[in-house]
Design a protein around this ligand. Structure first.
Ligand SMILES: [Cu+2]
Length: 327
């Protein structure tokens, strides 16, 4: 039976490896800090959270209750910070960034309570032809609001992948730990996570492939942005890292489209360049094709298996069928 399961196994491996995590905090001087230095480490590899009512929505699976291993970075209001992911956010969907005010230290807080407010968002381009999200983002930076209380915070990024169709969102989440000083007496209105979004929220049930512009504007999940909401996005190690789009803001406008030139490092699950299988995944994809099977992402970002069975003589085929039947 192992032989039979092998192609399936390759399929799963190829798909999982194509996902992404926000592993690094970008400090105010622009440094991409080490993976999980200031970001809480999750335990679900690069898989998404899919239940919007789960406590895992706060900081991802395994990271909501565990901040002890991550450091807390000193920053000031008005500083520009950000997140770097370990892959392009190649699924279509919005990006939203929140601050959660810890009652005490960020590292000891589980993110519970009405303590979260949004400070940045990246929405889609909206046209008569549908919604279009930037799928070449790897780095997201934004300015911390001027008017927030001095406190320790969890800085939370959420990428909501909407590619799988109506009502099947995938949430890619990370939390970094910050100690903010220099603030004033601002008092943003706050929401509770989970609880601030329900599964039937229009931002989650939208069909991004069938959406007509004039009837309704798309609004990102969650509350309006508090503060200026300025920031940008770009690809990872490719060109175009100086993006200056005025992303987000209350209008949900498309963020950072100047600087989002794809950082094409080959980690993107190639469209179809590796679909022949026996070439072993050339063309920058993640295919594992040496035995005739490979995976690639189709136009909707779905992971697809291409399996070309080896040529087997008829008599062997019969034997294999008989063997399977008996197994
Ligand atoms: Cu996916």
């Amino acid at each position: 039976m192992l032989l039979v399961l092998l192609p399936l196994w390759l399929f799963l491996v190829g798909c999982v490896s194509a996902h992404y995590r926000f592993t690094s905090l970008i400090s105010p001087d622009g440094t991409v800090t080490d993976a999980y230095e200031y970001v809480r480490k999750n335990t679900n590899d690069n898989s998404p959270v899919v239940d919007v009512t789960s406590d895992d929505m706060r900081c991802n699976t395994g990271a909501t209750n565990d901040g002890a291993d991550a450091k807390t970075l000193d920053v000031k209001t008005g500083d520009t910070v950000g997140f770097m992911a370990d892959n392009l956010l190649y699924h279509q969907g919005p990006v939203d960034v929140y601050l959660g005010q810890a009652p005490d230290s960020a590292s000891s807080w589980d993110g519970s309570g009405k303590a979260w407010f949004k400070i940045f968002q990246i929405g889609p381009e909206q046209s008569d032809n549908g919604l279009k999200f930037d799928v070449s983002i790897q780095k997201v930076t934004f300015t911390l609001p001027d008017s927030i209380p001095d406190a320790e915070y969890l800085l939370r990024i959420e990428h909501t992948a909407l590619h799988a169709g109506t009502g099947k969102p995938e949430f890619y989440i990370s939390c970094a730990q910050l100690k903010v000083s220099g603030g004033s007496s601002g008092s943003p209105s706050m929401v509770e996570i989970p609880g601030w979004l329900s599964a039937d929220d229009p931002s989650l049930t939208v069909n991004i492939y069938n959406w007509n512009k004039p009837s309704s504007d798309y609004t990102n999940p969650g509350p309006a942005v508090y503060g200026s909401g300025t920031g940008s996005s770009s690809g990872g190690d490719g060109s175009g890292s100086s993006g200056s789009g005025s992303g987000g803001g209350d209008d949900g406008s498309y963020g950072g489209d100047d600087g989002s030139t794809s950082g094409d490092d080959g980690s993107y699950g190639g469209d179809d360049g590796n679909s022949t299988g026996d070439a072993g995944g050339s063309g920058g994809g993640s295919g594992s094709g040496s035995d005739g099977s490979s995976t690639y992402n189709d136009d909707y970002g779905h992971c697809v298996l291409k399996y070309t069975p080896p040529t087997v003589h008829k008599s062997y085929k019969r034997r294999i069928v008989r063997w399977l039947w008996q197994a």
